[in-house]
Design a protein around this ligand. Sequence first.
Ligand SMILES: Cc1ncc(COP(=O)(O)O)c(C=O)c1O
Length: 457
Amino acid sequence: MPEGLERELATYESRTPRSKAAHARATARIPLGVASNYRAYDPYPIFVRDGKGGHLHDIDGNEYIDFNLCFGALMAGHCHPAVVKAVQHRLSTGTMFGMPHDLEWELAEEICNRFPVEMVRFSNSGTEATMHAVRLARATTGRDRIIKMEGGYHGLHDSVLVSLKPKASEVGDPNFPNSVPGGEGVPKATLQNTVVAQFNDIAGVERLFAKYPGEFAAVIVEPIMMNVGILMPDAGYHQALREITRKNGALLIFDEVKTGAKLARGGACEYFGIKPDIVTLAKSIGGGFSLAAFASTREVMGLISDHRVFHGGTYNTNPVAMAAGLATFREVLTPVAYEHVARLNKKLVDGYNSELKSSGLQAYVVSAGSNGALMFFSKPIHNYRDWLTIDSELWRQYWFAMANRGVIAQPYWWDEQWTVSVAHTDADIDRHLEAFAEVAPALAKAQKEPRVVTAAH
Ligand SMILES: Cc1ncc(COP(=O)(O)O)c(C=O)c1O
């Protein structure tokens, strides 16, 4: 372990004794002491007390500028006043009915105005949205197999819990990557139906369509892969996916759970000028509440109207989440907000770039919309297999060193990225960059020290 990382971990432990105790207590009753495996990391995670705008406090009373923002679900920032106001009203007029109400079509209209879709159904998480999207694609085509990208993440249901983070020893032939279960309990039959291609490899997708003619219901893809830091598609990649899927009678599913609200008003569809067959949305569309959606054409969604595909859910469109979503679309994710966030993100990226130059740290910065990431590679990565070579110990030094200086630079884990929210200010970006200026020289030094690099797994 780099000496610098050891020092930062010691500082972290001295600043966060209450988090340590809380985690020890929680592990007795809750596996890993956390509610989602992504929240568990060594030596223990920061336990949160409260958050407001672009900041949060931990239970030891430390304040942080928060660029994690619930894994990118809070472009609105914590407790956005418009969202809080909309939700507060609903708290005294009924929080769930399991009956239809007017907020549903209002939010459906907002989504159809921004995305190239005609009908919408709502759910509560990205996992649900992609699960229904895949099922709709299967029903539309009468086919079972889907293609997903190696290293892509689409939530936790069996069909997509395949090859999210396979080890280097598991990935197999680059032309025909293995379908590797993302943990035990994924049925073997599912693995046969979820076939894997490498991101940015159009020839690979063509090979799969040639190998299984007439068998694929859909290609599901994150328009920008955001579960390996930030991995941009090659120019023309999505256009090519669009053509291949159309030619082969398969649907193209854009999983916009991360990109939907944060890349542009009309998400990746607008950003890349693509009309996929199905779009899935979640995270930042809810402004801090659990809200998700899947949307498509009248024809595809008509399968639900015709009672051929089933979709339901007790918590769907509960008025609290819907009011939060409407306030988010109408009052938070405004053109002015996108300009504000783009300006701040550019300032952050420019600051990182100049610090990389002066410190000599071998890394690069990449950004898209309100997201960005410091990528610990000497040249831009092109697919998941490139990402596997990341120096995870150096990344850990970066994350803990920033946290020790009051900046949660991004969610913990080197496959994530930062989010700039509408609530962040120039002063927040200045503080972030001041912290990085303190941290970068030590990272550059650690990078030069002889040691065995612990890569991603
Ligand atoms: C691209 C993508 N799809 C789906 C999901 C699953 O969303 P949820 O965690 O709301 O189930 C995520 C979560 O990070 C995601 O990044």
